[in-house]
Design a protein around this ligand. Structure first.
Ligand code: GLC
Ligand code: CA
Length: 560
């Protein structure tokens, strides 16, 4: 594709705005422009054939990741855990789950990845531990008021014999956020009952986590993705919530557990630790009310980055996407940061499937019992490929979720007997949960688990996954894998030297902008083909119609 030239009559088109960001010096840190690949370890590659992904599996695929062109990987929790919530229930923050491997193997991974130029981010889970964690065991075996209980959030119940939970708070996964222990006290868990919330007002917890950060940084981690980063500060006067406040943070930071102002003090403590390790970074998973609230997390002495979930939530619509990009660049830029771009992760329906559904259908709800005939998979894949070129052309850094480089759709028809996500049971079977995006990766077209391992897979792969296998796309012109490879390599060559972006007006259904290097990215969200500016086509998500870009497609052009 690289030598194709397009000529059209759209030579000089209007420049709408010029968004110039700061930090264009060569000393920009890697994370301002890096591409980070999310490895959901249970489902990436199984090195020992027991059906579960592991550290050995990741090591065996590092060359694939190097060839893909990623700068770093973020590995979902790999600690000892009963895996009630896929490992977000940590029983020991300083070890590796024996199902996944050993600490020694993890050390091997850090050094091999470094040799290949790939950094490793570890998932930090500070809001809660597993109920299997030694601390929680000690807490439940110690009396009310003991220092062991002070590590968690225990309270007496309400009612004559304390039979009612201390507050009316709900767990994110459904049901009450409180569970009672045999001596009558209740403990808080914003997620599953096997995920008791830690007491961050306790200095011992703070000291412990600073030490955990050092533990992984000393081993070679380049930083952390921080789980539920907006929940650590809790209002210990324990107010009840109004009907419509349950899951929402407030704009004033006055919600009793989401996005409270006190969380920033904790973040600053962590940042001070990271600042001792050159080139390290931490990225927040913070689902807060809006950019005004998110900005606070990105101040120079706090997180380096925060996931921009807004981008992921946009409908397939040019105006909405452009507005989101503009707002993200402005908001992050105003505190000296830069946005992250993300289309999928282990908590959401894969974007190839989201984009395959009509805009008014909520993909998560559709999973349960939605009309399957609404699905247009060809459209979904086509839009997903275009979205990838949009995301990868923007200033800032991008997060890829394993399998998106293959165009993988959601495994939306998993039989309910195999569902593993606690959401399914906790929601009384009204929410199907997140297993459909966590199905093991198809590496080859045949074999008991399509090359994931030498035997089965912990979640069944739908037969259609064979068509998306990496081996079926490797070296195949026009495949999604080759599209990602090309885009990541071109990005390094043309798009990371500066953070300039100038919007171009190519019509209301089109998002188009020029980067500082002269590369123009054009994304056509509409149905009608769009005339392209003159230049050399670097990469396109779909065959062009001469000098026109068809609908649901994107192209990068080096202007002549
Ligand atoms: C985050 C994780 C999610 C997990 C939850 C509780 O949202 O991404 O997978 O269930 O936190 O730890
Ligand atoms: Ca395994």
């Amino acid at each position: 594709m690289s030598s194709v030239k397009v000529r059209s009559n759209v030579g000089a088109f209007a420049l709408i705005t010029d968004t110039c960001l700061m930090h264009t010096t060569p000393s920009r840190p890697w994370w301002r422009h890096g591409v980070i690949y999310q490895v959901y370890i249970r489902s990436f590659a199984d090195g020992n054939g027991d059906g579960t992904g592991d550290v050995a599996g990741i090591r065996s695929r590092l060359r694939y990741l190097r060839d893909l062109g990623v700068d770093a990987i973020w590995i979902n929790p790999w600690y000892p855990s009963p895996l009630n919530d896929g490992g977000y229930d940590v029983a020991d923050y300083r070890n590796i789950n024996p199902e996944f491997g050993t600490l020694e193997e993890a050390n091997g991974l850090f050094s091999e990845a470094a040799e290949l130029g790939i950094r490793v981010l570890v998932d930090l889970v500070p809001n809660h531990t597993s109920s299997d964690h030694r601390w929680f065991q000690e807490a439940t075996h110690s009396p009310p008021g003991s220092p062991e209980r002070e590590r968690y959030l225990f309270l007496p119940g309400k009612g004559p014999s304390g039979e009612h939970p201390p507050t009316n708070w709900d767990s994110v996964f459904g049901g009450s956020a409180w569970t009672r222990v045999p001596d009558g006290e209740w403990y808080l868990h914003l997620f599953d009952p096997t995920q008791p919330d830690l007491n961050w007002a306790n200095p011992a917890i703070r000291a412990e986590f600073r030490d955990v950060l050092r533990f992984w940084l000393d081993r070679g981690a380049s930083g952390f993705r921080v789980d539920v980063a907006h929940s650590l500060d809790k209002d210990l006067t324990w107010p009840d919530l109004g009907d419509d406040e349950e899951s929402h943070s407030t704009l004033e930071g006055t919600h009793p557990h989401w996005d409270r102002t006190g969380v920033h003090e904790i973040i600053r403590e962590w940042r001070a630790v990271l600042d001792e390790y050159p080139d390290s970074m931490m990225v927040a998973e913070a689902w807060v009310a809006n950019w005004d609230r998110l900005q606070a997390y990105l101040r120079p002495d706090e997180y380096h980055q925060s996931f921009n979930f807004d981008f992921l939530e946009q409908p397939w619509d040019a105006e909405a996407m452009r507005a989101c990009v503009e707002e993200s660049l402005e908001a992050a830029g105003s505190v000296g940061s830069i946005p992250t771009w993300v289309l999928s992760n282990h908590d959401v329906v894969r974007h190839a499937t989201r984009y395959a559904l009509p805009q008014d259908v909520n993909a998560k709800e559709w999973l349960l019992d939605g009309d399957r005939s609404l699905l247009d998979e060809a459209q979904g894949l086509r839009r997903a490929r275009a979205a990838a070129l949009l995301m990868l052309a923007l200033p800032g850094n991008a997060y890829l979720y394993q399998g998106e480089e293959l165009g993988l759709p959601e495994a939306y028809d998993l039989p309910v007997e195999v569902l593993d996500d606690p959401v399914w049971a906790r929601s009384a079977h009204t929410r199907k949960g997140r297993d459909g995006c966590r199905v093991p990766i198809p590496w080859s077209t045949t074999g008991p688990s399509l090359g994931f391992g030498t035997d089965g897979a912990w979640l069944p792969q739908p037969p259609v996954y064979a068509e998306y296998a990496a081996s079926a796309q490797d070296d195949v012109a026009g495949s999604t894998l080759e599209l990602y490879r090309a885009a990541l390599h071109l990005r390094k060559e043309h798009l990371v030297a500066d953070e300039q972006l100038a919007w171009l007006d190519l019509g209301e259904d089109v998002v188009a902008f020029r980067r500082g290097s002269g590369v123009v990215c054009v994304v056509n969200f509409g149905d009608d083909p769009v005339a392209l500016p003159d230049g050399e086509v670097l990469v396109a998500s779909h065959d062009l119609y001469g000098a026109r870009l068809p609908g649901d497609s994107a192209v990068w052009i080096l202007e002549s």
